[in-house]
Design a protein around this ligand. Structure first.
Ligand SMILES: CC(C)(COP(=O)(O)OP(=O)(O)OC[C@H]1O[C@@H](n2cnc3c(N)ncnc32)[C@H](O)[C@@H]1OP(=O)(O)O)[C@@H](O)C(=O)NCCC(=O)NCCS
Length: 153
């Protein structure tokens, strides 16, 4: 599509901790701490990717965990100024491919029901709603959707 952004996607390194934390703080009202991000970057099960613009600036990122055949996506984040340019879609596809390469055969995630952008993106990527946790989020009382999809071998 004409408005697609040509980003480079690569695995995040421990040295990318600050860049991921900066992204986290810019995107979420209640952000993960730098220590939580560091844990994903440092643990053997952790998986993290970055989307970069042509100058090497971080425009998006993902965080998750592969344990045996299951992948859990914790975060998929794109800087506001770069949204609706298919960075999220590209990042999600790369994240799922990386999880599959590490042996994951099922992917799971949790998302606020009111987060229309994310729900639409996940549904377009083949995720379906597995279950609903009513009033899961304390701040807004919003429901949590648990979504999953199969990752083919
Ligand atoms: C969710 C998020 C990652 C999407 O990133 P993005 O780069 O803007 O998404 P894309 O451009 O790749 O969109 C892919 C598809 O998702 C859907 N979509 C994305 N944003 C949408 C929106 N605001 N409204 C409706 N559908 C949307 C569309 O189907 C879109 O395809 P189209 O543009 O061809 O119609 C981004 O909005 C974000 O960072 N949000 C805040 C963090 C967050 O809520 N993350 C998810 C929970 S952890």
């Amino acid at each position: 599509m004409s408005n697609s952004f040509d980003c480079t996607i690569r695995p995040a390194l421990t040295s990318d901790k600050e860049a991921l934390y900066k992204l986290e703080k810019a995107v979420y009202a209640v952000a993960w701490s730098e220590a939580m991000i560091a844990e994903v970057l440092e643990e053997a099960h952790g998986t993290a990717l970055l989307a970069l613009d042509p100058a090497g600036a971080v425009v998006g990122g993902s965080l998750g965990r592969v344990v045996e055949s299951e992948f859990e996506l914790y975060k998929l984040s794109v800087h506001r100024a770069f949204r609706r340019r298919h960075i999220g879609r590209q990042l999600l596809a790369a994240t799922l491919a990386a999880a599959r390469d590490r042996g994951a055969r099922q992917a799971f995630l949790e998302v606020r029901k009111s987060n229309q952008a994310a729900v639409a993106l996940y549904e377009a990527a083949g995720f379906t709603i597995m279950s609903i946790r009513p009033h899961y989020y304390e701040d807004t009382g919003d429901d949590a959707l648990i979504m999953n999809r199969t990752l083919s071998a």
